[in-house]
Design a protein around this ligand. Structure first.
Ligand code: THU
Length: 130
């Protein structure tokens, strides 16, 4: 199964009764394993979590840490754009050149990278003591 199809598959399980906007994400790690995540909303709105966060949590729970590829899909008019928080979460586990495919359920795709999604990312180099 392609990474987009893995994202498409898990999107069906999204819990999005408030926004009615289901999102699916799939992450392939350097070992070749694939982890899926969907958005999980909550009646207390700020407690909801994004699809990318779910996929990252599944990856970490399995003991994996190195993202090799990402796909995100939603029923949006143009390929869905990860939120700022998810861009930072992806940057925690993937290098700048890691490919990210953003997709719509009707087949439009946009190719980008973790670095392009979050230019000037905060990282641990900023915490080096002078
Ligand atoms: N959402 C994601 O899961 N990922 C994104 O990349 C964009 C937004 C979710 C959060 C919320 O459940 C719904 O989409 C509407 O914002």
């Amino acid at each position: 199964m392609s990474l987009i199809d893995a994202a498409r598959e898990v999107r069906e399980n999204a819990h999005a009764p408030y926004s009615e906007f289901k999102v699916g994400a799939a992450i392939k790690t350097k070992s070749g394993q694939v982890f899926q995540g969907c958005n999980v909303e909550n009646v207390a709105y700020p407690e909801g979590t994004c699809a990318e966060a779910g996929a990252i949590a599944a990856m970490c729970a399995a003991g994996e840490r190195e993202i090799a590829e990402v796909a995100v899909i939603a029923d949006s008019p143009i390929p869905v754009s990860p939120c700022g928080g998810c861009r930072q979460k992806l940057a925690e586990f993937g290098a700048g050149d890691v490919p990210v495919t953003l997709a719509t359920t009707d087949g439009k795709t946009q190719a980008t990278t973790i670095g392009a999604l979050l230019p000037g990312a905060f990282d641990e180099d900023y915490m080096i003591k002078s």
